[in-house]
Unconditional design. Structure first.
Length: 183
């Protein structure tokens, strides 16, 4: 394997990365749209899509994590400073925590309202067996909302770091996760 091959992620990892990244951004926009719905029924219909996509993100993330545990991750470039490597590793761990924790938190919060999740009208995912407690559900969904907002800021940080490494440092920050270009 060439030095370039070892510095890039696998094709499967790239697909997981980009599909999940797009799904997260779309899901954020769906949640934003729901907040501006004209009626409660409209808001609920929009949120149904947010919940279904959230479960999809959870399943894709678990599959991605299983893949990652079986595949060697390319090393970070030697040119990265020690603090940059530590921040990159910490941010990736935090991404996994949020990619799993946010959908589970949303499902748990909805479950405290006695609501399951309709997966795009194809099947139902039942509420978790927690009993109804609207106050607990509201508190969990508020944490879910706050976590989602923090996630968007961390994604922006991730994008800025990739752009910095790509264009300022010329280290191939973006091309490590693309099937074309040199890393």
């Amino acid at each position: 394997m060439t030095a370039i091959g070892r510095s890039k992620y696998s094709g499967v990892a790239m697909i997981f990365h980009w599909v999940i990244a797009i799904a997260v951004i779309v899901n954020w926009r769906i949640a934003e749209a729901a907040e501006h719905g004209a009626t409660d029924a409209e808001k609920g219909a929009i949120m149904a899509n947010h919940k279904a996509l959230g479960i999809t993100i959870l399943v894709l993330t678990l599959a991605r994590l299983a893949w990652r545990l079986k595949q060697k991750v390319p090393p970070l470039p030697d040119s990265y400073k020690a603090w940059e490597k530590a921040v990159a590793r910490g941010l990736h761990i935090l991404f996994y925590v949020l990619l799993i924790g946010l959908p589970l938190g949303g499902w748990l919060g909805s479950s405290f309202y006695g609501r399951g999740i309709e997966w795009f009208g194809m099947f139902s995912i039942p509420a978790l067996p927690v009993g109804e407690n609207f106050e607990t559900g509201k508190a969990i969904l508020e944490l879910h909302h706050t976590g989602g907002s923090i996630f968007i800021y961390l994604i922006a940080l991730h994008i800025l770091a990739a752009l910095k490494h790509q264009f300022l440092d010329k280290e191939g920050g973006i091309t490590r996760m693309l099937p074309f270009g040199r890393a």
